[in-house]
Design a protein around this ligand. Structure first.
Ligand SMILES: [Zn+2]
Ligand SMILES: [Zn+2]
Length: 306
């Protein structure tokens, strides 16, 4: 079965590479339009406490039509009904929905998909928080291969859900099968030559996409962000080091930068850059790291393989 996936991935690569730009752009735009439409429908429903997938309020549950909004646990969702969800929705469906709700509630900061904080053995590992709920989606290379010689000898992933900080679903409770589509996307995403980049759209961005953007356009980033006095709302923590020429840095200019930071909502990093722009011999280094308020990735301890 695994061969099927690799063959499909190969085929995808060949087809994608054979398309000219004129052929592939309209295809891309069409998909983007579809995604944008879906996302605006999501937002419209979300504002009214409703689910865009089934059209019902988050507080309702109907056992005959399993839905992703159950995972918000605004309704009387029970752990034993979790498989009903995973029979109907695959990893990418679930992940997109959870990212969208977390992002709509508090932006990128509650979506920790940082590669730096993820283990190398994982194909994906992310923790998403929304109100009183925390979800962790986790798949190691072993899970993708299937645990050989066991009943779970099929490609799968693991899920943990916390409600008010207490475990509601444990990593070990379910081995959730990866759909064919999931497997194909995972193979392509992890193949740097595939040219395939999966995106959850503007409403699905997490900390990794945020840090990527910062690295890609630091000046644009600094001029667009504002500071917060509430540490709970922080997304990125910035530290600036200012080095001056031999004669030292003008104290007046430093005060000017500090005052600008106090009187505007611009970061100190931005103000230093602005005030010292063009100043001979002054070098400003800014180190950006995810803020303290970003949730940690909940770690799964893998069972030793026998
Ligand atoms: Zn629903
Ligand atoms: Zn497993």
């Amino acid at each position: 079965m695994k061969e099927d996936i690799y063959r499909a991935a190969q085929l995808f690569k060949e087809q994608a590479n054979s398309l000219s730009q004129e052929e592939s752009l309209p295809l891309f735009d069409q998909q983007k339009d579809q995604y944008d439409q879906e996302y605006s429908s999501f937002l419209e429903h979300y504002k009214r406490g409703k689910c865009y997938l089934c059209g019902k309020p988050f507080k309702t549950i109907s056992k005959s039509t399993p839905c992703l909004h159950w995972l918000l646990r605004q309704c009387k969702f029970k752990k034993k009904d979790f498989p009903k969800i995973t029979e109907k929705f695959d990893y990418y469906n679930i992940s997109a929905f959870l990212r969208w709700v977390a992002n709509a509630e508090s932006g990128v900061k509650n979506i920790n998909n940082l590669k730096e904080e993820s283990s190398e053995r994982k194909l994906f590992e992310s923790t998403i928080e929304w109100k009183n709920i925390g979800w962790t989606l986790d798949c190691s290379k072993n899970d993708f291969e299937g645990h050989a010689g066991s009943q779970t000898d099929f490609p799968h992933w693991h899920f943990q859900m916390r409600v008010d900080g207490n475990r509601f679903i444990n990593f070990g409770d379910y081995h959730i099968p990866l759909s064919k589509d999931d497997q194909l996307k995972i193979v392509l995403e992890n193949d740097p030559e595939s040219g395939f980049i999966h995106t959850f759209g503007p409403g699905g961005q997490g900390m990794q996409e945020h840090m990527d953007y910062l690295a890609h356009d630091p000046d644009g980033y600094l001029s667009s962000v504002s500071t917060t006095s509430n540490p709970e709302n922080g997304v990125v923590h910035m530290q600036s080091i200012v080095r001056g020429p031999e004669g030292g840095i003008s104290g007046d200019k430093i005060n000017e930068a500090l005052e600008m930071a106090r009187n505007t909502d611009k970061s100190l990093a931005y103000c230093f850059r602005d005030i010292f722009a063009g100043e001979e011999g002054v070098a400003i280094t800014t180190i950006a790291s995810p803020a303290e308020s970003v949730p940690q990735i909940a770690k799964r301890t893998e069972r030793k393989r026998r």
